[in-house]
Ligand binder design. Sequence first.
Ligand SMILES: [Zn+2]
Ligand SMILES: [Zn+2]
Length: 182
Amino acid sequence: MFHGDIVSHRWELTLQNLPEEGYFWDTLISPREINEVSATAAEPVEGLVEDVVWQGSLVRKGQVFRLTGQWQACIRRTCCRCLRSFDWHVAGDLERDFQLGVTGPDECMDDVLDPPGHISLVDILREEIWLSWRSDVICREDCAGLCSGCGVNLNASSCRCKKVDDDHPFAVLRQLDLGKDH
Ligand SMILES: [Zn+2]
Ligand SMILES: [Zn+2]
């Protein structure tokens, strides 16, 4: 759903042409679209399970173009505890200020762009997904992980370490009471 007539190529915007009332979007972006090659490409996001929710606005306040938005994605990941794949639900909010012109010392918080100021909402979304990336994701809060002894997935079955020990040829030694009578 789009308002404003400034889309030259789908997700490309030109700040200088921003309409008075600003620009608003509330849409879904497919995994393929998110990873379309572009000039300022962040790395592609692998494993997107479904379309990414992407809502936001871009409005001008004086010399500043303020982009506010939120997104939600579902990405196939590997649990760092039990090593099974699962759907990682991740979401984020962002607020970014853009300016046209040259970078000044007190403007370092802003993204300063050469006029007329091209931005890609897909590039920004992809960057935001990477900023929220975590390597230590778990399939669920109480994931019990793998036993470091027997390697069994403790979510699905119980540890076999004890059993393995009992089958060991020397396990019988444990049953002798060595300290009692000598
Ligand atoms: Zn897990
Ligand atoms: Zn075990």
